[in-house]
Design a binder for this molecule. Structure first.
Ligand code: HEC
Length: 117
């Protein structure tokens, strides 16, 4: 590779990594706001501290949860549809906006330290 090509590759690398960071910032919620919304939307009523008061087998934290719900999209669709036949209600967009749900998911992610995922 000549010097121009190397310089080009460096510039492309920087542009790509900045772009990725921006994309990530756009898709991640605000965990601090999420903690408040978790109370407000009454998730905390059934999931105190991210646990599960009704069905302790289904907490919102821990390595089992983290591996079953690797994708935020999976949490999102579960919360949107609820779990039929259980106490987990469906939260429509009227009840909980997309951005509020993103914040709540960001908060849920803080409950499981990265090291135990
Ligand atoms: C009335 C009680 C209740 C409320 C309110 C509630 N949940 Fe749940 N949630 C449950 C129960 C019970 C389950 C277990 C369902 C099952 O058996 O699969 C559950 C399961 C879940 C799961 C899947 C966990 C797993 O390991 O399968 C997620 C994620 C979740 N709830 C998020 C939320 C969020 C976010 C909110 C607030 C927006 C919320 N829940 C509000 C009762 C509730």
């Amino acid at each position: 590779m000549n010097r121009t090509a190397a310089a080009c590759a460096t510039v492309i690398g920087i542009v790509v990594s900045v772009g990725l960071q921006a994309a990530e910032a756009g898709t991640t919620g605000d965990a601090k706001k999420g903690a408040k919304l978790f109370e407000k939307a009454n998730c905390a009523g059934c999931h105190p501290g991210g646990g599960n008061a009704i069905d302790p087998q289904h907490p919102l934290k821990g390595s089992k949860f983290a591996s079953a719900f690797k994708d935020d999209a999976k949490i999102e669709s579960l919360v949107r549809s609820g779990v039929k036949g259980t106490a987990m209600p469906a939260f429509s967009k009227a009840k909980l906006s997309d951005s509020d749900l993103k914040d709540i998911i960001a908060y849920i992610r803080t409950l499981t330290p990265k090291t135990s995922r």
